[in-house]
Design a protein around this ligand. Structure first.
Ligand code: AHR
Length: 503
């Protein structure tokens, strides 16, 4: 059996854990909203038509912030279609997902739902078919107390107090040829700068996310970030990053190493952004909003939008069913995000319900957890305090996509108030278990195990279903403990969490 050594030491601080790393995303896409979070005829629906069975799962998932309403959808969306009396709201065609948008769920319904779910909001404005005035209109509607047409309209619509939304995305994936209103980096950068300046004049508290590349595979990756930041550096707080991973051609080894690509992506955006900062002689650092990330099988049938004359309401779209291996990858991507928490301060698992989601529903029926739910929920619950680098020393393996990669990856968090450390690990081996020896720094000597859980299965392709949602759950295991070391045998294709406390 291979052995790797992981150093766990409170001296290896990265930065405080940003609670906004555990975000998610609700887009008007497929059944994300309709028959997802919102289904007035469902037996669990509350007075607002929200499914309370789904709300309970969202709370259990531990999501802290949610991006809304898109995604590609936002680039054709008229936010005011979704406010006011439902019977007066227009029905529109959604060009992004070739669907019909009934607008029976809109901004005010979303904000009531977000309050029930106890999550913050990242609101996206449409810079695809729209421009600065409409961005100002939605900001006025949301954040101005009263005394203007739009703020008073919000009060008439039931929200007496302003929503006070601080996080705003300036459009979505404006580099993508599929995006309604896609632009060149220079055009978009100038437009985003105008929008940002005006939005800050209306509400100086806003924190603004400018669009970075929609993937590191984009031909303009790097030059897009540089050009956009040349135009917006002084106006924005974050630049976005999006990444989706999938197992292709049966290459599980590369797939399990997807976090290597995420590390590269983040490091590249930080380098590009800091270079722009240097040329501007600016002390300011731009943070990364990794506001779309997940496993997504884009080439499979569920991802194909309807076509022709067929414009259904809430079709089943992007309804990927996730395996244990997918969950291990999701856990490892969270390790990458945590490791970079000095620069990645906001992140959103895309998405939340039904469309590439940890939670699945049946219309009029059950709701259940997919495999990817588990590493997310445990990391969101126990990554507390400050992030610690957890350097790994040991063997690697060779992948087709990323060359030589580490067999085991790890990160830790240190909650000094409660004298607890949580270590998050992934074993990428497919061949057998790997022995992991956690070497404890001086402060942690004599630590005791609070909880040790791993998520794996003899069948890495096991999938949760409505009839068998819990066939594979995180299972407890018992590390061997000495004064200076914890030793564990992690099964192949495995994500794990070990919580320890010290005196
Ligand atoms: O999350 C699904 C889609 O992926 C989003 O709408 C878009 O922003 C991205 O391409």
């Amino acid at each position: 059996m291979e052995t790797v050594h992981v150093a766990v030491d409170p001296a290896f601080e990265v930065s405080p854990v940003s609670r906004h790393l555990f975000g998610s995303f609700v887009e008007h896409l497929g059944r994300g909203v309709y028959t997802g979070i919102f289904e007035p005829s469902h037996e669990s629906a509350d007075a607002d038509g929200m499914r309370t069975d789904v709300l309970a799962l969202v709370k259990e998932l531990g999501v802290t912030v949610i991006r809304y309403p898109g995604g590609n959808f936002v680039s054709g969306y008229r936010w005011e279609d979704g406010i006011g009396p439902v019977e007066n709201r227009p029905t529109r065609l959604d060009l992004a997902w070739h669907s019909t948008e009934p607008n029976t769920f809109g901004l005010d319904e979303y904000m009531r739902w977000a309050a029930s779910a106890q999550v913050d909001t990242v609101m996206a404005v449409n810079l695809g078919t729209r421009d600065v005035p409409e961005a100002l209109d939605i900001l006025e509607y949301c954040n101005i107390a009263s005394g203007t047409t739009l703020s008073d309209a919000r009060r008439v619509n039931g929200a007496n107090s302003p929503y006070g939304i601080t996080l705003w995305c300036l459009g979505n994936e404006m580099d993508g040829p599929w995006q309604i209103g896609a632009r060149s980096a220079r055009e978009y950068g100038r437009m985003a700068s105008r929008a940002a300046k005006a939005m800050r004049m209306l509400d100086p508290r806003v924190q603004l996310v400018v669009c970075g590349s929609s993937g590191s595979h984009m031909p303009t990756f790097g030059t897009w970030e540089r050009t956009v930041l040349e135009e917006t550096y002084d106006d924005v707080d974050y630049i976005s990053a999006h990444a989706y991973y999938a197992e292709t051609d049966g290459d599980l080894g590369s797939f399990l190493a997807s976090a290597v690509d995420m590390d590269y992506f983040i490091d590249s955006v930080v380098a590009t952004s800091d270079e722009v900062g240097v040329t501007k002689k600016s002390a300011k650092k731009i943070m990364i909003s990794f506001d779309e990330w997940n496993v997504w099988y884009q080439d499979r049938a569920p991802s194909a939008p309807p076509s022709g004359d067929n414009w259904p309401i809430a079709p089943a779209l992007l309804e990927d069913r996730y395996t244990v291996a997918d969950a291990v990858v999701v856990g490892s991507l969270l390790i990458s995000l945590l490791r970079h928490s000095d620069r990645v301060r906001l992140a959103c698992l895309a998405q939340l319900v039904n469309a590439i989601a940890p939670i699945v529903t049946e219309p009029g029926g059950r709701a259940w957890r997919q495999t990817i739910f588990h590493p997310f929920a445990l990391t969101a619950r126990y990554a507390r305090g400050v992030v610690l680098q957890a350097p790994v020393l040991g063997p690697g393996y060779t992948t087709d996509k990323y060359g030589d990669v580490a067999l085991v990856d790890a990160v830790a968090t240190h909650d000094s108030d409660n004298r607890e450390v949580a270590v998050f690990l992934v074993n990428r081996s497919q061949d057998g278990p790997t022995r992991v020896e956690l070497e404890l720094g001086a402060e942690l000597r004599g630590a005791r195990i609070v909880e040790a859980l791993h998520y794996s299965s003899p069948d890495p392709y096991w999938v949760a279903t409505a009839d068998d949602p819990d066939g594979v759950l995180p299972r407890p295991f018992a590390p061997a403990v000495t004064d200076t070391m914890l030793s564990v045998e992690l099964p192949p294709v495995c994500w794990a969490m070990i919580r320890i406390s010290y005196r």
